[in-house]
Design a protein around this ligand. Structure first.
Ligand code: DX5
Ligand code: ZN
Length: 230
């Protein structure tokens, strides 16, 4: 089975207006977002707190594309069903969140969602060697998780290239998460990535009253990424 490896832009609503999620989701989709990236944080695995299943279920009412739910929580297995029931199309769990990642990926797929595994900057590409037949996406963190607006960690580019080689023609997306901008997007796409999460680079300068800025930002990232594809 092959997958569509065309460039996808997945704005992270962590950088959206927290008093206007419905309008913000509708705005980024109208302005060209391919997926909507939802950052779930538990204040334990990462030093920040965000969305429980009820909030994600509320977002689902406004997402017409793909709801890409990134679980930065530990332990994670106990919450998979709840986020799947909330409407997640993709559920990504961190390999660092627990000792049984193979089983976690099985549980995500059993929930009906597609399975993603996320690697923090300190985790080597080789860590997913025995998970390649269990996942639909590998998320490479290019910042230490917890916040938007952080600086891209360039050492991860080598990891992206290694993962692209390991994947071969398996139907697995490579998602990049953290510090994606018009400057860094070409670097990660050239290394083999196809899904680009961008929070601050999409939402900066815009608002629900000026959503055109979101469109300009999305188009700029997509062009920079496309140019790297040649
Ligand atoms: C960080 C989150 C990222 C973040 C991206 O823990 O997983 O998705 O929101 O934000 P930017 O694009 O601003 O780095
Ligand atoms: Zn994320």
């Amino acid at each position: 089975m092959t997958i569509d490896r065309s460039i996808k832009i997945a704005p992270s609503i962590l950088s959206a207006d927290f008093a206007n999620f419905g309008a913000e989701i509708r705005a980024i989709e109208a302005e060209g977002a391919d997926w909507v990236h939802v950052d779930v944080m538990d204040g334990h695995f990462v030093p920040n707190l965000t969305f429980g299943p009820p909030a994600v279920a509320a977002f689902r009412k406004h997402v017409t594309t793909v709801m890409d739910v990134h679980l930065m929580i530990a332990p994670v297995d106990a919450y998979i069903e709840a986020y799947a029931a909330a409407g997640a199309d993709i559920i990504t769990a961190h390999i660092e969140a627990g000792p049984h990642t193979h089983r976690t990926m099985q549980a995500i797929r059993a929930s009906g969602a597609k399975a993603g595994v996320a690697l923090n900057p300190g985790t080597p590409a080789e860590a997913v060697e025995y998970l390649l037949d269990m996942v639909d996406m590998i998320c490479v963190m290019t910042v230490n998780p917890g916040f938007g607006g952080q600086k891209f960690i360039h050492s991860q580019i080598d990891k992206i290239a290694k993962l692209r080689a390991m994947i071969g023609d398996r139907p697995i997306h490579i998602e990049i998460d953290g510090g994606v901008t018009v400057e860094t997007a070409p670097l990660v796409v050239a290394a083999g990535a196809d899904v680009l999460v961008a929070g601050s680079a999409v939402f900066k300068g815009g608002s629900v009253d000026a959503p055109g800025v979101y469109g300009e930002n999305i188009r700029a990232i997509r062009k920079a990424a496309g140019d790297a594809r040649g």
